[in-house]
Design a protein around this ligand. Structure first.
Ligand SMILES: Cc1cc2nc3c(=O)[nH]c(=O)nc-3n(C[C@H](O)[C@H](O)[C@H](O)COP(=O)(O)OP(=O)(O)OC[C@H]3O[C@@H](n4cnc5c(N)ncnc54)[C@H](O)[C@@H]3O)c2cc1C
Length: 375
C-alpha cells in the first residue's frame, strides 16, 4: 500500500487525503494550525469561466494540460466526493461548480459562490426576490448592525428587508458576533418572512438562513473542525530527501516516512509562503513565481508593482508541471514523489473566483497522483 504524507490541514490537504485514500493509499495528514480555510466567508467559489481560466497560461488549472472536458469531469467527481465526506461529518453543502448564486454578507453586500452550506443556500438573493426578509439583530452585539444590513439589502438588491432586534440577556456585556457561535437561533416575532441570521447560530427555523461572515468566520470554523478530524497536529520543520525523492517529514521530534508527499501548506496565512523582501517557500526552497517568472529575478520591478497594489503579492506562488510536481526556479522538477496543491500555488488570485476551486481540484489531483506516484 502506498504511504502518502499530506502536509497541511486546509481544504487542499483534506481533499488530497480524500482522493489518496479513495485510491487505496495509507494517508497521514500533518498540520500545524488552521489556515485560510478557517476564515472563508461561507461561500465556496469554485470556478466562474473555465474557458477563460484555460486561456491564462500560468493559472494552476491551465498548467494541468487537461482541457475543459477532463477538468470538468474531475471537478464533478472531486466536488461530489467532498460534499459526501463533509455531510458524513455533519456539514451539508448545496450547489455544484456549474451553479452560481449571490449571497449577502453581514453588511448586506453580495458575494458570488458555487457551493454553500445548506444554512446559507436558502438566502440566495435571486430566490429572496419578492419575499419579505426579517434581518435578525442582537442589541448586545456591538460589531454587527441589522438595520444597516436590512437597508443595504433594500437599496443594493431591491429586497423588502427590515430589521428585528431580539435581546439575548445572557450574553456578556459588549458581546461580539463570536459570542453567538453555537447558540440556538432565537425565533422572531415577524411571521411569513424569510429570516436572515448573523452567522453562528444553530437550529435555524425552516425559513431561516445565515448571512456570509467576515473573519473570524463561523462558517470557516465549522468547516475547519470537520476537516481536522484525524489530523496529526504538528509543524513539519523539514523534509528529508535523497536521490530526487522526498523520503520523510520531520515533525515534533518524529520522522514520518512515506512513499509520496503532498505540500498543501497554503499561502501567507497558512505558512506555505514567507513574505519578505523576496517571497520564499520555507520548507524546500522551491521556486516562487510571478506570472511564470521567478520572483527573485524580478527584483525592484516586483517591489514597484506591490507598492502600487499590495494585491500583487497574492499572485505569487509555487509553480507546478502537469502532474503537480513543484518546480525549482530554473523550471526543473527536484522531487519525483512530491506534489503541491492549494493556495501555495501561484498564478491565480485566491480572493477571486477560484478561491476554493484551485485548492479543491489541485488537492484532489495531487492526492490521486501521490497515491499512484504518477509522473
Ligand atoms: C479572509 C479570507 C476569506 C476568504 N473567503 C473565501 C470565500 O468566501 N470563498 C472562497 O472560495 N475562498 C475564500 N478565501 C480563499 C480560501 O479560503 C483559500 O484559497 C483556501 O482556504 C486555501 O486552502 P489551502 O488548504 O490551500 O490553505 P490553508 O487553508 O491556508 O491551509 C494551509 C495548511 O497548511 C498548514 N501548514 C503550513 N505550513 C506547515 C508546516 N510547516 N507544517 C505543518 N502544517 C503546515 C497550515 O497550518 C494549514 O493547516 C478566503 C481567504 C481569506 C484569507
Amino acid at each position: 500500500m502506498t504511504r502518502v504524507c499530506v502536509v497541511g490541514g486546509g481544504i487542499a490537504g483534506y481533499t488530497a487525503a480524500l482522493a489518496a485514500r479513495r485510491d487505496g493509499a495509507d494517508v497521514t495528514v500533518v498540520a500545524r494550525a488552521p489556515g485560510a480555510t478557517a476564515l472563508y466567508a461561507g461561500g465556496m467559489e469554485i470556478i466562474d469561466d473555465l474557458e477563460e481560466v484555460l486561456r491564462s497560461p500560468h493559472h494552476p488549472l491551465a498548467r494541468l494540460g487537461m482541457g475543459p472536458v477532463g477538468l470538468a469531469t474531475e471537478l464533478d467527481t472531486a466536488i461530489s466526493t467532498l460534499q459526501l465526506a463533509l455531510s458524513k461529518e455533519g456539514l451539508k453543502f448545496e450547489g455544484t461548480w456549474r451553479s452560481r448564486g449571490l449571497y449577502a454578507d453581514i453588511h448586506g453586500l453580495a458575494r458570488p459562490a458555487n457551493v454553500v452550506p445548506d444554512t446559507v443556500a436558502r438566502g440566495e438573493l435571486g430566490a429572496l426576490s419578492g419575499k419579505r426578509v426579517a434581518v435578525i439583530g442582537v442589541p448586545q452585539v456591538g460589531d454587527y448592525d441589522a438595520a444597516t444590513t436590512a437597508q443595504a439589502l433594500k437599496q443594493l438588491h431591491g429586497i423588502e428587508a427590515f430589521a428585528e432586534e431580539i435581546s439575548i440577556p445572557e450574553l456578556p456585556t459588549a458581546a461580539s458576533l463570536t459570542d453567538l457561535y453555537g447558540r440556538r437561533a432565537p425565533a422572531p416575532r415577524a411571521r411569513g418572512a424569510a429570516i436572515a441570521y448573523p452567522p453562528g447560530f444553530i437550529a435555524l427555523p425552516e425559513d431561516g438562513f445565515e448571512l456570509l461572515a467576515s473573519p473570524p468566520s463561523p462558517h470557516g470554523w465549522r468547516l475547519q473542525q470537520a476537516i481536522a478530524l484525524g489530523v496529526v497536529t504538528a509543524e513539519v520543520t523539514s523534509l528529508e530527501a535523497a536521490r530526487g525523492r522526498v523520503t520523510a517529514a520531520r515533525a515534533a521530534g518524529r520522522t514520518l516516512h512515506a512513499d509520496a508527499f503532498v505540500l498543501a501548506t497554503g499561502r501567507h496565512i497558512g505558512g506555505g509562503l514567507r513574505a519578505g523582501r523576496t517571497t520564499t517557500e520555507p520548507l524546500l526552497g522551491l521556486g516562487v513565481f510571478y506570472d511564470g517568472t521567478p520572483a527573485a529575478a524580478l527584483g525592484v520591478r516586483l517591489h514597484h508593482l506591490k507598492y502600487l497594489d499590495p494585491g500583487e503579492e497574492m499572485k505569487l506562488g509555487v509553480m507546478t508541471d502537469k502532474h503537480l510536481h513543484p518546480l525549482l526556479e530554473d523550471g526543473s522538477v527536484p522531487y519525483v514523489n512530491l506534489y503541491a496543491a492549494g493556495a501555495v500555488l501561484g498564478g491565480y488570485d485566491y480572493s477571486g473566483p477560484c478561491g476554493f476551486g484551485v485548492p479543491i481540484l489541485t488537492g484532489w489531483l495531487a492526492g490521486r497522483f501521490a497515491a499512484k506516484q504518477e509522473g
